[in-house]
Design a protein around this ligand. Structure first.
Ligand SMILES: [Zn+2]
Length: 338
């Protein structure tokens, strides 16, 4: 009998694949695994009030495509007697605690925690928001293991509308960090505005789509490469910046593509490919002889199809027949190169 049970279990594993695969860098942050089920979207994503599940996915999915949702809203599975969410929230990968906000009134994310991960040399930050509470005793700098419980799901947010019980979810992000000097830049650029979260202000974290990463990782198994995935982002535009030293170049050095001309003549700036959300996923050093204009930032091309699909970050805009960097685009480049 026992033998039969073991045999059934093994067959089950063979058919379904193991719950988590050792070759997978990231795992889902709660027990809700419906993302991996065919047609499981309704069970997995919490859409906004009265809207389709797609509004709980990552991207230009709100306000008719003009508002960005920078993470996944993952539905609650477990509730207490009063109907409050109690799902344990787990670390998506091995990492360290980078930031904890336990003053929910200071953020539309409510209580949230940020973890830092090093994956294939890429520094990635995961973020878990609207928490009831962060795990007692957890503090900045602590090491956490993939799958370790770091918090309890909740409904915290400082927005007027709040989050109703039936929409209870964890908001989960995977991010690139733009600049270590964010606080100084922000004070200089927006002197009248508060920054309660230091470097962990949402403007300094650029999200990528966790769903794409999790699904591709699941389908490719050990062949999955995060670096390759990042390098395959769809380009929104290409710019040249007349700066040769900024934090992104060090933090994401593996995204730099060598250029023999700049190697020989010296680097005067960088050509940067941005995805729709402003992630600089390819950087090419350029020699002075290769840069035409004098401007600090120059827009050299726009992928109009991608702009039509994902315009919500408004990084570029079209004036008549010609494209230019919009104020959000200039802001992003100012921060990137500060
Ligand atoms: Zn969300």
């Amino acid at each position: 009998m026992l033998k039969l049970e073991i045999w059934c279990l093994s067959l089950g594993l063979l058919l379904q694949g193991p719950f988590t695969n050792a070759a997978e860098y990231f795992q889902l942050p709660t027990a809700n695994q419906a993302l991996f089920e065919k047609g499981g979207e309704e069970k997995f994503f919490a859409g906004t009030a009265g809207e389709a599940w797609t509004t709980g996915t990552f991207g230009c999915v709100r306000s008719d495509g003009w508002r960005l949702h920078e993470g996944l809203d993952i539905r609650c599975l477990q509730r207490d007697k009063r109907g409050e969410p109690v799902d344990p929230v787990m670390a998506t990968a091995d990492g360290t605690v980078a930031y904890i906000n336990s003053r929910p009134s200071l953020s539309n994310y409510g209580n949230y925690i940020v973890l830092r991960h090093q994956i294939e040399g890429l520094e990635i930050y995961s973020l878990y928001a609207h928490l009831h509470e962060v795990q007692q005793g957890l503090k900045i700098g602590d090491a956490v293991k993939s799958g370790q419980t770091i918090a309890v799901m909740g409904r915290t947010a400082n927005t007027r509308e709040g989050i109703s019980k039936d929409r209870a979810h964890v908001h989960f992000e995977l991010n690139f960090l733009v600049n270590d000097r964010f606080s100084r830049w922000y004070r200089k650029t927006f002197p009248s505005q508060r920054n309660d979260h230091g470097e962990w202000n949402g403007q300094n974290l650029l999200g990528v789509d966790p769903r794409e990463i999790l699904l591709e990782q699941r389908s490719q198994g050990a062949k999955f490469s995060l670096r390759d995935w990042v390098g395959r982002q769809t380009e929104l535009c290409r710019v040249v910046v007349r700066k040769t030293d900024f934090p992104w170049l060090k933090r994401y050095a593996m995204l730099i593509r060598p250029n023999p001309v700049a190697q020989k003549e010296g680097t005067a700036g960088y050509e940067v490919a941005l995805n729709f959300n402003g992630v600089a996923f390819e950087l090419i050093p350029r020699a002075a002889s290769e840069i035409k204009g004098k401007a600090k930032f120059q827009l050299i091309s726009v992928n109009e199809d991608e702009y039509r699909r994902n315009p919500c970050r408004r990084l570029v805009s079209k004036r008549g027949s010609h494209w230019e960097l919009a104020s959000a685009g200039i802001n992003l480049l100012e921060l990137l190169t500060y």
